[in-house]
Design a protein around this ligand. Structure first.
Ligand SMILES: C[S@@+](CC[C@H](N)C(=O)[O-])C[C@H]1O[C@@H](n2cnc3c(N)ncnc32)[C@H](O)[C@@H]1O
Length: 263
């Protein structure tokens, strides 16, 4: 189902691995995304050391048994891991001969992400840290993490963007708790504040260009695109996120109008 919550911004509900393949090769300027952080893989494992799983669970995003051997696959559900190559390869095809890709990851998974980016044919440009002053989580067996990392890559040969991008060590509070709906369903894990996203999108995508977010969540990327006269397409597997996306985009517009709503 195609939905246009804001002018020039389109949402398709479904699995990005299929939807990315439908994009015309070379039609996209920027892929900006924030894939699920393996949350269900950990939770379903029923592991008291939530957040500390074996390397196999991290690499493949699968549940592991007590011996650390892969058991049932959990990817394909919202919130569960999607193997990198399954969305990176169609993303690279959609970028064509030039363009950028920005992906957020938890620091622990970078050892798996970076080879996958290179394998997909991307050139790593740099990494940027978002320092999250209000991060709540303090998982058993881990020091308290206070940052996330974004990796900026490009199709080899892409010309450098004009102007300057975000400055490393972005310092901005996370959105916690993230919007849920009145029935009490959970909100979107890892939703980014607009300030963390907008500087990237306007730097790496020309006005009138096209940004695609394969893992849309609450719709932050589309709000950033709309604010900068950029066309946006977002893919989201969970159709129940429609209300959250609608609320998010509306609140962003209200904030821009000076009414101070949540953004
Ligand atoms: C970490 S959240 C994205 C947060 C987003 N950056 C924001 O600011 O709101 C990841 C999203 O990817 C969605 N998702 C998971 N697997 C997917 C798939 N195969 N195709 C499309 N969306 C998927 C999840 O439902 C979740 O909403």
């Amino acid at each position: 189902m195609t939905w246009e919550p804001l002018e020039g911004q389109t949402v398709e509900f479904g699995d990005c691995r299929e939807l990315l393949k439908q994009l015309e090769p070379g039609s996209v300027d920027l892929i900006y995304t924030d894939p699920p952080y393996r949350i269900k893989a950990h939770l379903e494992e029923g592991d008291s050391t939530f957040g500390v799983s074996s390397n196999e669970a991290y690499k493949y995003g699968v549940r592991v048994n007590k011996k650390g051997e892969p058991s049932v696959k959990t990817y394909g559900e919202g919130g569960a891991f999607v193997p990198y190559d399954e969305w990176l390869k169609p993303s690279v095809k959609a970028l064509g001969n030039s363009g950028y890709l920005v992906v957020w990851e938890t620091p622990k998974a970078l050892g798996y992400l970076i080879p996958a980016l290179i394998d997909a044919g991307l050139e790593i440009v740099q990494s940027i840290v978002w320092h999250v002053p209000n991060r709540q989580s303090f998982w058993q067996g881990q020091a308290k993490g206070k940052h996330d990392i974004a990796i900026l890559c490009k199709i080899p040969g892409t010309k450098p963007p004009k102007g300057s991008g975000p400055i490393d060590c972005i310092r901005h509070a996370s959105l916690q708790p993230v919007l849920g709906n009145d029935e009490g369903s959970s909100g979107v894990p890892g939703a980014k504040p607009i300030a963390v996203v907008e500087s990237w999108v306007k730097w790496l995508c020309p006005e009138g260009g096209l940004v695609v977010d394969p893992f849309l969540g609450s719709g932050t990327t589309l709000l950033a695109a709309w604010m900068n006269n950029i066309r946006g397409v977002g893919f989201e597997i969970e159709e129940e996120r429609k209300d959250v996306i609608s609320q998010r985009l509306k609140s962003g517009q209200t904030k821009l109008a000076g009414l101070g709503a949540w953004c």
